[in-house]
Design a protein around this ligand. Structure first.
Ligand SMILES: *Cc1c(COP(=O)(O)O)cnc(C)c1O
Length: 234
């Protein structure tokens, strides 16, 4: 994979982000791009950072551990995949945002480790908006109670919500889920739970980020659209 290839893709992605942002009455600067670097080699991740991609998304703790010490340029690391409680301790001092908090048990462990490490860990609550059995995330009806419970914990700060939309070509269904997320986000924003700060609505991946932005997303997580198809055989 060449530097030029990533640069060309990045140009396209940024143009698409800008178009979708304008459609929803915003500017491209209002949208944060998380470059999803899971499975990519250190060389490719370094090329991405050198191109100015300063926010990297990884879905496995092990990959954060492997890449964090060797990638230069001081990018921000976001943990976007399912997080097991017994692995929180490895990343508590490395990641800038955890997108995938979906239980009080996990939040309590993050709180405990953050207090110990003397940091405040920003997190997003992951919602399984389509209530798919195969997906992590909490159901829509449980969001408010979880946000309230987490907002009382020390060392952890809710910064917003995240979802992984269903993998479907049904644009109408997708828009409905994105709108539902935006509604929940705005409702929670008004409630202002203790110390919580609804800043980020993380939704949109390669196949659906333009639509997600049009519906109000301000954090998109893009892998394939920047780096091409992933190879898991290593
Ligand atoms: C892999 C992954 C992405 C990126 O997916 P693409 O379709 O390659 O853009 C986004 N979010 C999460 C949680 C992921 O695991």
């Amino acid at each position: 994979m060449s530097y030029q290839y990533i640069r060309d893709n990045l140009e396209d992605v940024m143009a698409n982000i800008e178009r979708a942002a304008i459609k929803s009455g915003r500017k491209k600067e209002d949208i944060t791009l998380v470059a999803v670097t899971k499975t990519l080699s250190h060389d490719v991740v370094q090329a991405a950072v050198d191109l100015g991609l300063m926010v990297l998304g990884e879905n496995k703790v092990q990959e954060v551990m492997d890449k964090y010490p060797v990638i230069s340029g001081d990018p921000q690391w976001h943990l976007i995949g399912h997080l097991q409680t017994n692995k929180v301790k490895y990343i508590i001092d490395k990641v800038a945002l955890i997108h995938s908090v979906d239980s009080l048990r996990l939040a309590e462990e993050i709180s405990k480790r953050a207090v110990k490490a003397d940091v405040i860990m920003p997190i997003l609550v992951q919602i399984n908006v389509a209530e798919e059995e195969t997906k992590f995330g909490i159901n829509v009806n449980d969001v408010e109670a979880l946000v309230q419970a987490i907002s009382d914990l020390p060392g952890i700060q809710i910064k917003g919500l995240m979802t992984i939309a269903p993998n479907t070509e049904d644009e109408e269904a997708l828009r409905k889920y994105f709108k539902e997320m935006k509604d929940i986000f705005e409702t929670l924003k008004k409630t202002m739970y203790n110390g919580s700060d609804m800043t980020y609505l993380s939704m949109g991946m390669t196949n659906d980020y333009e639509m997600a932005i049009e519906e109000g997303s301000n954090l998109v997580r893009i892998g394939t659209g920047l780096f091409g198809a992933r190879h898991y055989n290593k």
